[in-house]
Design a binder for this molecule. Structure first.
Ligand SMILES: Cc1cc2nc3c(=O)[nH]c(=O)nc-3n(C[C@H](O)[C@H](O)[C@H](O)COP(=O)(O)OP(=O)(O)OC[C@H]3O[C@@H](n4cnc5c(N)ncnc54)[C@H](O)[C@@H]3O)c2cc1C
Ligand SMILES: *[C@@H]1O[C@H](CO)[C@@H](O)[C@H](O)[C@H]1NC(C)=O
Ligand SMILES: *[C@@H]1O[C@H](CO)[C@@H](O)[C@H](O)[C@H]1NC(C)=O
Ligand SMILES: *[C@@H]1O[C@H](CO)[C@@H](O)[C@H](O)[C@H]1NC(C)=O
Ligand SMILES: *[C@@H]1O[C@H](CO)[C@@H](O)[C@H](O)[C@H]1NC(C)=O
Ligand SMILES: *[C@@H]1O[C@H](CO)[C@@H](O)[C@H](O)[C@H]1NC(C)=O
Length: 444
């Protein structure tokens, strides 16, 4: 593996593909870090900012340090201190997070709780039963399980925070922003060197750099063979307009995340209540040209995002509508009346890895190529710090906490053997096109 270990290997030019959490925070870190003061920086995204279908743009994202894995707890605590102070603080709201579960999922809840308590926390309340959960979350029904609420967790307006960061980056006047779709990496197969990308302009044009950082989120698997390493999984979100009075009554309550079915509700904002599912998600197997093959006819089949950009009429599938509706009916029956439909929905794409660890690493084969992705549905909270961590890895100084976790995996593991991070609930093995065709059938 070609991992430079000193500042002598600071690249003269960096091209970042993708302007989500991983890409934009890397651009910011490059601007701030004096080692890279002479490096030219280009950031290319297929959409104008803020990317309407990117994983990083939404009304809200949970900011929590309570992981079942201590390294992430430590990094998230650092990030959270910045959210509380200097990083887009007007977009951060510390109203708590109530993690509940039933059965097997209580293992994850209990492990997180042990970590949080090891950090000498004083603001954690154990919910030993449904009555406790109802009391802290203000819901009318939450029977049967246990959990805890950490009043020091919060949530952020994800789009607001990304726009805040974009302005910070623009203020350095160092980054050249390009809006164009990357069609492929510029790979020299004789030397195994990546020297930039080809854009899908007509005629095709290129952007070259001494280091290309692939941070295209769930789309990364369309530009590099990530079979057995990363895959796109589609997650459901549903939104319902609510009145100012309803919003006021829920605004300061904790986020409620039920790890047994993956469903969660973040406190409403700007007149919208949001129910989403942190689940196993939809796979969307797609056959594409092999992104690394010299043979233009060679194909591979990988799960890739399919979004409202591909189909402007896209909604979540019927099973997801039903799941979100049942959850709302269960916790807030007074809001979930038949005359109050969800008016908007979205499928948001996680970049899942086998164990939920990020992939932040040089490519083992191609010189000049670095990959920063694998958010696995929990990357947003790290927005204030992940770019700095990515640069440490670029410099060959992977933080000790993450050695062996963020590295390119030694083997590719078939996706049906992935263990996951233990935090997902809800249905498994769903295929997007199958669930969507149920929608079409039911409309006929
Ligand atoms: C529904 C949902 C809920 C979540 N909840 C939480 C949460 O509560 N807390 C938390 O911490 N995290 C959460 N996450 C995870 C977090 O949002 C992601 O880990 C993070 O946003 C991933 O960022 P990214 O930069 O990898 O991907 P993205 O934001 O998707 O960015 C990738 C970018 O690459 C661009 N791109 C793709 N292909 C190309 C191409 N060929 N050419 C040019 N550009 C391209 C895209 O347009 C996009 O802008 C959630 C994610 C989802 C989807
Ligand atoms: C989790 O903790 C609760 C409360 O302490 C306990 O009752 C339960 O048995 C634990 N469950 C598991 C699966 O460890
Ligand atoms: C809950 O999470 C926070 C996150 O900041 C952690 O630092 C805190 O110690 C935990 N408990 C407390 C004090 O609320
Ligand atoms: C609470 O939930 C249980 C289980 O879903 C259900 O049987 C009961 O009717 C609900 N109670 C209310 C008040 O909605
Ligand atoms: C959480 O999910 C479990 C399993 O579906 C369910 O029994 C429980 O009632 C749910 N709790 C809440 C608060 O939704
Ligand atoms: C790819 O397929 C086309 C059509 O089948 C064929 O004409 C062409 O020779 C093939 N190219 C290679 C490199 O095999």
């Amino acid at each position: 593996m070609d991992s430079p270990s000193s500042s002598s290997s600071v690249p003269s030019s960096v091209l970042i593909v993708g302007s989500g959490v991983f890409g934009l925070s890397t651009a910011w870190a490059l601007c701030k870090n004096p080692l890279f003061k002479d490096t030219t920086i280009t950031l290319v995204d297929r959409q104008t900012f803020p990317t309407p279908d990117g994983a990083s743009i939404d009304t809200s994202r949970i900011i929590r340090p309570d992981y079942a894995s201590p390294p992430y707890t430590r990094l998230a605590s650092r990030a959270q201190n910045l959210w509380r102070t200097t990083f887009a603080p007007e977009h951060y709201h510390e109203t708590g997070l109530c993690l509940v579960g039933a059965g097997k999922q209580l293992n994850y809840v209990n492990a997180s709780l042990a970590n949080v308590q090891a950090l000498a926390t004083d603001n954690v309340e154990v919910c030993k039963d449904g009555e406790d959960i109802k009391r802290v979350t203000g819901t009318s029904n939450a029977s049967g399980e246990a959990g805890y609420v950490n009043w020091s967790s919060g949530w952020a307006d994800a789009e607001g925070a990304m726009i805040w960061l974009r302005k910070e980056v623009e203020a350095y006047s160092r980054v050249k922003f390009v809006t164009s779709t990357v069609s492929k990496l510029l790979i020299d197969h004789a030397t195994s060197v990546v020297s930039g990308v080809t854009l899908s302009t007509n005629p095709p044009t290129t952007l070259t750099a001494s280091l290309t950082i692939l941070a295209a989120g769930a789309w990364s698997a369309s530009l590099l063979d990530l079979r057995g390493i990363c895959k796109a999984t589609g997650q459901a979100i549903a939104y319902m307009p609510i009145s100012p009075a309803e919003e006021a009554s829920l605004r300061n309550r904790p986020t409620l995340l039920n790890l047994s079915n993956g469903l969660f509700m973040i406190p409403p904002s700007r007149g919208l209540l949001k129910i989403a599912r942190h689940g196993h998600g939809y796979a969307n197997p797609t056959t594409i040209r092999h992104p690394e093959s010299e043979d233009p006819n060679e194909t591979i089949t990988v799960s890739l995002p399919y979004t409202a950009i591909d189909d402007p009429s896209q909604q979540i599938a019927p099973e997801a509508w039903a799941d979100c509706r049942q959850f709302l009916t269960h916790i807030h029956p007074s809001l979930s009346t038949p005359t109050r439909p969800f008016t908007k929905s979205k499928i948001c794409w996680y970049t899942d890895t086998r164990d939920g660890d990020f992939l932040i690493s040089y490519h083992p084969k191609y010189k000049g190529l670095f990959v920063a992705t694998g958010g696995s549905g929990h990357g947003f909270k790290f927005l204030p710090v992940i770019g700095d961590s990515i640069l440490e890895c670029v410099l060959g100084e992977t933080p000790d906490d993450f050695k062996g976790k963020w590295d390119w995996p030694m083997t590719r593991v078939p996706e049906d053997e992935w263990e996951g991070d233990g935090s997902r609930g809800g249905p498994m093995g769903l295929i997007l096109s199958e669930e969507m065709s149920k929608a079409r059938a039911s409309k006929l």
